[in-house]
Design a protein around this ligand. Structure first.
Ligand code: FCB
Length: 451
C-alpha cells in the first residue's frame, strides 16, 4: 500500500478538483439556456435512477461564489469545470446567448480573484438537443458546430482561461451514448458509436486549431478515460483477450490523437462498421496538443471465455470495491501513467479525474466521515507520485469531485464529492477527505518552500 509520507510532487504541481456543468449547475431553464440531450434523456422514464435529473443539482449556477470560496478555503490551486454548450448557443449554432457567456465570465473572475486557475472543458456531454435532432455526434455537421461554439467561448474567456480541454471521454460519449444507450442520447448500435467517436475526435482536432488561432498562448488538451487492462493469466488466449479490450477502450482513442491512425487490429475487428474517415481527418485529429488529461478510477481484469473465446470481465473477489462496483486498484494508475508516457509521450499529463463513491452520511455532530475515500486518495496519489519518480511528466491532479452531484444514469445515489451536499437544503459540508486533501496540498506547498 502507498503511504502518505512518501508522497512527493514537483514544485509547480497543480492541485485541483473537477466538476461538470450538467452535474452541478441546475438552473436548466434560466437565462436563455437551451435544452440539452441530458435534459431530454433524464425526462424520459426509466433512463435515470428514480427518474432524477440535473434540473436543480447542486444549484451551483446560483451558488458559485460560495463554491469558489470553499475551494479557496480548502487551498485548491486549480478548478476543472465544464461549459454548457446550450447556455452559450441554445440552438447549437447561430444566435449567441450573452447571458450564458456572462455566467462563465463571472465564474472565471471569481476563481482568479481567489487565486484559483481555471481549467475549462468545452464538452462534458451536454449536447444541445437541436443538434441531436439532426443526428448528434453521428452527424458530421456537429463537428463544425462545435468548432463554432469553441471560437465563441475562447474569444470571450481566452484572455483569462489559459488551459482548455476540448472533449471529456470520447469513449464514454460514443459508446455509452450512441452504442449501448446507457447515457444520453440513448442510441444503440456499433456503427453509431464508431461514427460518433470519429466525429468527437475530429471535433477535438478542429477545436484545437480554433483555440490556437484565437488564443495563441493557451495550453490545449483532451481528456481520455483510460483503464488499464490486465489478463487474468499469462495464457496466450487471456493476453489476446486483454489486448482486444485495451484496443477498443484505450488505443482506439489514443492512437488517432498521438499517431494519426486507428489501431489496425481493432479496425479489423470493426470491419463491418468502418469509421467515416475523409481525406485530411486523421491529420486534424492528431493536431499536436500540449497535454493529455487522463480520467482513471479502476482497472479491468479480462480472460478469454473458455466456451466462446470472447473477452470476459473477471471480478477479483478479494479486492475492495467502491459503490460503483469499481475495484480500488491504485497500482493501475501508476501502470497506466507509465504506459501512456512510454507509448504516446504526451508533453504533459494531468489526472483530470480520479475519485470514489461511497455511501456517506452526515453524523449527529454534522461531520461526514469518509475514511474509505481518504484511503482511496492516499493510494492513488501514492501511485501518481511513483509514476513521477519514474519519469512521467505528470503536471497536476484533479480529484473527482469537488461536490456530490448528479452522477448521470445513477442520479444522486452515487456520492463522489469531497464535499457532501445535502440535497434538501443544498448545504455544503466538507467531508473528512476534503480536510485531508487540503492538508496535503498545504503540506506539499510548504515542502516546496523548504527546498
Ligand atoms: C467520469 C465522468 C464524470 C463522472 C465520473 C464518475 O466518467 O467524466 O462526469 O461521472 O466518471
Amino acid at each position: 500500500m502507498y503511504m502518505t509520507r512518501e508522497l512527493a510532487f514537483p514544485p509547480h504541481f497543480v492541485w485541483g478538483a473537477a466538476t461538470a456543468a450538467y452535474q452541478i449547475e441546475g438552473a436548466v431553464q434560466e437565462d436563455g439556456r437551451g435544452e440539452s440531450i441530458w435534459d431530454r434523456f433524464a425526462a424520459t422514464p426509466s433512463k435515470v435512477r428514480n427518474d432524477e435529473s440535473g434540473a436543480i443539482a447542486c444549484d451551483h449556477y446560483h451558488r458559485f461564489k460560495e463554491d469558489v470560496a470553499l475551494m479557496a478555503e480548502l487551498g485548491l490551486r486549480a478548478y476543472r469545470f465544464s461549459i454548457a454548450w446550450p447556455r452559450i448557443l441554445p440552438t447549437g449554432r447561430g444566435i449567441v446567448n450573452e447571458k450564458g457567456l456572462d455566467f462563465y465570465d463571472r465564474l472565471v473572475d471569481e476563481l482568479l480573484d481567489h487565486g484559483i486557475e481555471p481549467y475549462a472543458t468545452l464538452y462534458h456531454w451536454d449536447l444541445p438537443q437541436v443538434l441531436e435532432d439532426e443526428g448528434g455526434w453521428v452527424n458530421r455537421d456537429t463537428v463544425e458546430a462545435f468548432a463554432g461554439y469553441t471560437g465563441i467561448v475562447v474569444r470571450r474567456l481566452g484572455d483569462r482561461v489559459h488551459n482548455w480541454i476540448t472533449q471529456n471521454e470520447p469513449q464514454v460519449v460514443s459508446w455509452m451514448g450512441y452504442g449501448w444507450g446507457k447515457h444520453a442520447p440513448g442510441r444503440t448500435g456499433p456503427s453509431n458509436a464508431i461514427a460518433a467517436a470519429h466525429h468527437v475526435l475530429l471535433a477535438h482536432g478542429r477545436a484545437t486549431e480554433v483555440i490556437r488561432r484565437e488564443s495563441p498562448g493557451a495550453q490545449v488538451g483532451i481528456t481520455l478515460n483510460m483503464t488499464p487492462i490486465y489478463p487474468a493469466s499469462d495464457s496466450a488466449k487471456d493476453e489476446a483477450a486483454a489486448r482486444l479490450v485495451d484496443g477498443t477502450l484505450n488505443r482506439w482513442f489514443a492512437d488517432p490523437i498521438f499517431r494519426g491512425e486507428y489501431p489496425a487490429d481493432i479496425v479489423e475487428l470493426y470491419a463491418e462498421h468502418a469509421p467515416p474517415i475523409r481525406d485530411g481527418d486523421m491529420q486534424t485529429v492528431s493536431t499536436p496538443i500540449d497535454f493529455l488529461g487522463l480520467n482513471n478510477y479502476s482497472r479491468n481484469v479480462v480472460r478469454a471465455d473458455p466456451a466462446s473465446g470472447r473477452p470476459t470481465h473477471v471480478r477479483v473477489e478479494e479486492a475492495e470495491y467502491t459503490d460503483m462496483d469499481w475495484e480500488v486498484y491504485p497500482q493501475g494508475l501508476r501502470d497506466l501513467l507509465v504506459r501512456v508516457h512510454h507509448d504516446y509521450a504526451p508533453k504533459h499529463i494531468y489526472v483530470t479525474e480520479n475519485g470514489s463513491s461511497f455511501r456517506d452520511v452526515r453524523m449527529h455532530d454534522g461531520s461526514v466521515q469518509d475514511p474509505e475515500r481518504q484511503r482511496y486518495l492516499e493510494g492513488y496519489l501514492g501511485a501518481a507520485s511513483s509514476a513521477i519518480a519514474e519519469g512521467v511528466p505528470l503536471a497536476g491532479y484533479f480529484v473527482w469531485s469537488l461536490l456530490d452531484n448528479f452522477e448521470w444514469a445513477h442520479g444522486y445515489w452515487m456520492r463522489f464529492g469531497i464535499v457532501y451536499v445535502d440535497y434538501r437544503t443544498l448545504e455544503r459540508v466538507p467531508k473528512e477527505s476534503a480536510r485531508w486533501y487540503s492538508g496535503l496540498i498545504k503540506q506539499q506547498a510548504s515542502a516546496v518552500l523548504q527546498v
